[in-house]
Design a protein around this ligand. Structure first.
Ligand SMILES: *[C@@H]1O[C@H](CO)[C@@H](O)[C@H](O)[C@H]1NC(C)=O
Ligand SMILES: *[C@@H]1O[C@H](CO)[C@@H](O)[C@H](O)[C@H]1NC(C)=O
Ligand SMILES: *[C@@H]1O[C@H](CO)[C@@H](O)[C@H](O)[C@H]1NC(C)=O
Ligand SMILES: *[C@@H]1O[C@H](CO)[C@@H](O)[C@H](O)[C@H]1NC(C)=O
Ligand SMILES: *[C@@H]1O[C@H](CO)[C@@H](O)[C@H](O)[C@H]1NC(C)=O
Ligand SMILES: *[C@@H]1O[C@H](CO)[C@@H](O)[C@H](O)[C@H]1NC(C)=O
Ligand SMILES: *[C@@H]1O[C@H](CO)[C@@H](O)[C@H](O)[C@H]1NC(C)=O
Ligand SMILES: *[C@@H]1O[C@H](CO)[C@@H](O)[C@H](O)[C@H]1NC(C)=O
Ligand SMILES: *[C@@H]1O[C@H](CO)[C@@H](O)[C@H](O)[C@H]1NC(C)=O
Ligand SMILES: *[C@@H]1O[C@H](CO)[C@@H](O)[C@H](O)[C@H]1NC(C)=O
Ligand SMILES: *[C@@H]1O[C@H](CO)[C@@H](O)[C@H](O)[C@H]1NC(C)=O
Length: 636
């Protein structure tokens, strides 16, 4: 709690404010000990209906699956740390006991799935006070049970060992420099608008999965316990689907394949024993997924000049430079290919433990960033998730960061830990194995499709980060048995109503690819109905284009050969500096935050103190000292 005028307060108040800096001890939590595995537990509570899912009678549960060290003891796994994986389960608003279950995972690596729950496709959105919510009519739990999971370990509310920290939001480099382990034996430092204290995971990069493959193993173990033993989940429909976004382009194919191969081992008796659970995955959804590094890389070069908005994200010179670096001999494309050759030769099972291969793949990714992406990002003119927005893009809002660090919300969810939107430790762990450059995902998708699992890809056409040009290439490069039938299917409108189309769909049998109009990276935030219809239609075996046809093995769309139709550039949103998300603040605003003249309300920069020249921005009197005195006591 920041109290600028703390001298005015009584000692008693100060004492209680020191406690308020840390998440409260969880209360009213039920604990279930695993019947099958010693030491494994699920702890959870029913979430107060005032939090997020306020629809009458619809219940939600949050909690953890606790895996003590060495619960994952397959060869090539080294789990000498506890894994406490956070989940938030929302019952379907309709008939939860008959509804199927869908799992949602955000990407990163290191990104929390609470982003999905509270700003994309979940039951609610957080308001600008970062302390209240409103319902989402297009929530994916309208007719489906949804399970949001923070993975791998240390992401979001998931943790290994509780550890006190300080966070400097203005650290020059995001990541490790921003978070420091805090020793508070000499007293807890005061918080201010850009300096926080709290409790997090250990931040130890060795205490989490360091690659998509290792994350898949941990995820399977989580699922074995949750699906077998979470008492509140008693489905009528055994089918599970997985929808995932961004880095989920790697998580999704790998995790589904992992479940399927584990199922085979269960079916033929290679793994058995009490509590071993066959998990039937039915649909995989990929939302602006970065699936294949080569497809994504060529799209990083092309999209800035070849988007449907007619926007020039590169100067001509930048484009030719990037293109040259990409195609030249030993250039970026060759480096990705060489990484994959090394991977196949030295680490075919992708254990991530061959140092030279990791280092080569890591360097390939860094070069790609430096020689293509950097020019787009550094101009600050274009949003990473939306080429039509500015670099400090305020949409979708990140008010959930404040909301999830409100003490009463932490209490309601029963979490002993602060919320981390993107875990720097996880990001770094994955970086060191060069995970993003490595291959095998297209082959995994082929395996999945050829074994009867549906794959629905949806890509917002304003995104740069994992843009639709790369996604479309990947959809065409999946080496499944019906690849050529898919490629010759045409693009047809995504029908949302008799008068409106939300995009263009290509589908053959169980594979669909949809370009969603006027959407950035987090598609459901921009186009809630389009995303919802794609989700529902693919889940319930209807054609994605209209939802009116039951999909048969030889169903195919007809229409345009390419998905290219021009789009209008809509007005940009107004800048809003949300302090917990420093990327939303301009350099100037960051300078005011640094010199202490910024006036911040509910983590939003609303103006600058008098003498600092600039006043409020349409919020009335904020330029003055008076307002600061009032605002100086709000809780951080
Ligand atoms: C942790 O949560 C507390 C509220 O329980 C809050 O005061 C504090 O600022 C949070 N710290 C961080 C680092 O988010
Ligand atoms: C580790 O695996 C072995 C079999 O490979 C099993 O007997 C043992 O119970 C496992 N340990 C734990 C902690 O699950
Ligand atoms: C980080 O975690 C690893 C694995 O649990 C452990 O061996 C190591 O000692 C930890 N490092 C620190 C600094 O705690
Ligand atoms: C935040 O919301 C909680 C729960 O509704 C409420 O008790 C509290 O007073 C609110 N805080 C502020 C500063 O409005
Ligand atoms: C964090 O620091 C506070 C204040 O010193 C202390 O009460 C709490 O036990 C610490 N938590 C952890 C996980 O070390
Ligand atoms: C079970 O299936 C796996 C994967 O298909 C295979 O590698 C293994 O040899 C099979 N084991 C038995 C006992 O059939
Ligand atoms: C990644 O994790 C695996 C298993 O936990 C370990 O064997 C491997 O050495 C790790 N790789 C790096 C680069 O730390
Ligand atoms: C990429 O750029 C960063 C920042 O300029 C630099 O530190 C790094 O060494 C570069 N990486 C490579 C592989 O050249
Ligand atoms: C491929 O398409 C044919 C019809 O052309 C169908 O019979 C077959 O089941 C399809 N296979 C897959 C994996 O979709
Ligand atoms: C397509 O998906 C459906 C529903 O999951 C499944 O029943 C069917 O076997 C799949 N089709 C093919 C050709 O694999
Ligand atoms: C906030 O607190 C940190 C740590 O004490 C300090 O370095 C920084 O200058 C403070 N910021 C302002 C604006 O006072």
């Amino acid at each position: 709690m920041l109290l600028k005028n703390s001298a005015l307060l009584s000692g008693a108040l100060l004492a209680s404010s020191a406690v308020a800096q840390f998440p409260p001890k969880p209360e009213d939590v039920k604990t279930v000990k695993s019947k099958f595995h010693q030491g494994i537990e699920i702890s959870y509570k029913e979430v107060d209906p005032a939090v997020c899912e306020t629809t009458e009678g619809v219940r939600s549960f949050s909690g953890y699956v606790h895996l003590p060290p060495h619960s994952i003891n397959e060869t090539h796994e080294r789990q000498d740390y506890p894994i406490n994986t956070f989940f938030w389960f929302f019952e379907s608003r309709k008939d939860p006991h008959k509804a199927p279950l869908s799992i949602w995972l955000n990407g990163g690596p290191g990104g929390s799935s609470m982003m999905g729950a509270l700003s994309e496709n979940g039951p609610c959105f957080v308001n600008s006070d970062s302390n209240s919510t409103h319902l989402n009519p297009w929530s994916w739990n309208n007719e489906v049970n949804i399970l949001y999971i923070d993975q791998p370990n240390q992401v979001g509310y998931s943790y290994d060992v509780l550890t006190n920290i300080t966070v400097n939001l203005l650290a020059d480099n995001e990541g490790p420099d921003a978070i420091k382990l805090g020793d508070f034996s000499e007293g807890v430092p005061d918080q201010n608008a850009t300096f926080l204290v709290g409790t997090s995971s250990s931040q130890n990069i060795s205490a989490t999965a360091n690659s998509t493959q290792h994350a898949a193993v941990a995820f399977w173990h989580f699922a074995q316990t949750w699906f077998e033993e979470f008492p509140q989940y008693k489905p009528h429909d055994e089918k599970i689907s997985l929808f995932t976004e961004s880095y989920g382009g790697r998580y999704g194919p790998t995790f589904v394949k992992k479940f399927m191969t584990q199922n085979e081992l269960i079916a033929n008796g290679s793994i058995s024993g009490p509590g071993t659970h066959y998990l039937h995955l039915d649909t995989l959804g990929l939302i602006n997924g970065c699936i294949d590094a080569e497809d994504a890389a060529s799209a990083y070069v092309e999209f800035p000049i070849a988007n449907t908005y007619g926007i020039q994200g590169f100067t001509e010179e930048q484009y030719f430079k990037a293109k040259y670096e990409y195609i030249r001999k030993d250039g970026l494309r060759d480096q990705i290919r060489e990484c994959r050759r090394l991977q196949l030769e030295t680490d075919p099972n992708d254990y991530g433990d061959v140092e030279n291969t990791n280092a080569y793949c890591y360097k390939a990714a860094e070069n790609l960033g430096n020689l293509t992406i950097a020019a787009y990002v550094e101009s600050q003119k274009f949003g990473w998730f939306d080429i039509t927005h500015q670099g400090t893009d305020p949409f979708p809002s990140t008010y959930l960061m404040g909301y999830l660090n409100q003490q009463w919300v932490q209490q309601a969810l029963g979490v002993p830990v602060n919320f981390t939107a993107v875990s720097p430790a996880v990001y770094e762990a994955f970086t060191h194995t060069g995970d993003i450059s490595k291959g095998g995902l297209l082959e995994d998708l082929a395996y999945i499709l050829d074994n009867g699992v549906k794959v629905a890809m949806m890509y917002g056409d304003r995104d740069y980060a994992c843009n639709w040009l790369g996604g479309e290439q990947s959809s065409l490069h999946i080496p499944w048995s019906n690849a050529s039938s898919f490629a010759s299917a045409g693009y047809t409108p995504l029908v949302l109503s008799p008068f409106s189309s939300g995009g263009l769909v290509r589908q053959f049998g169980n594979l669909s690819f949809t370009r969603v109009y006027q959407a950035g990276h987090l598609v459901p935030s921009y186009q809630p109905q389009a995303a919802y219809e794609i989700f529902m239609r693919s889940l319930f075996n209807r054609d994605v284009a209209t939802g009116e046809i039951a999909v048969s093995a030889d169903y195919g769309t007809e229409g345009r050969e390419d998905g290219w139709t021009p789009s209008d550039v809509l007005p940009k949103p107004e800048n809003e500096c949300y302090v917990l998300n420093p990327g939303s603040c301009s350099q100037e605003e960051q300078a005011w935050l640094k010199d202490g003249t910024a006036i911040v309300k509910n983590w939003i920069l609303v103006g600058r103190e008098k003498g600092g020249k600039r006043g409020g921005r349409g919020h009335g009197e904020q330029g003055s000292q008076t307002v600061l005195a009032e605002e100086g006591m709000y809780e951080l």
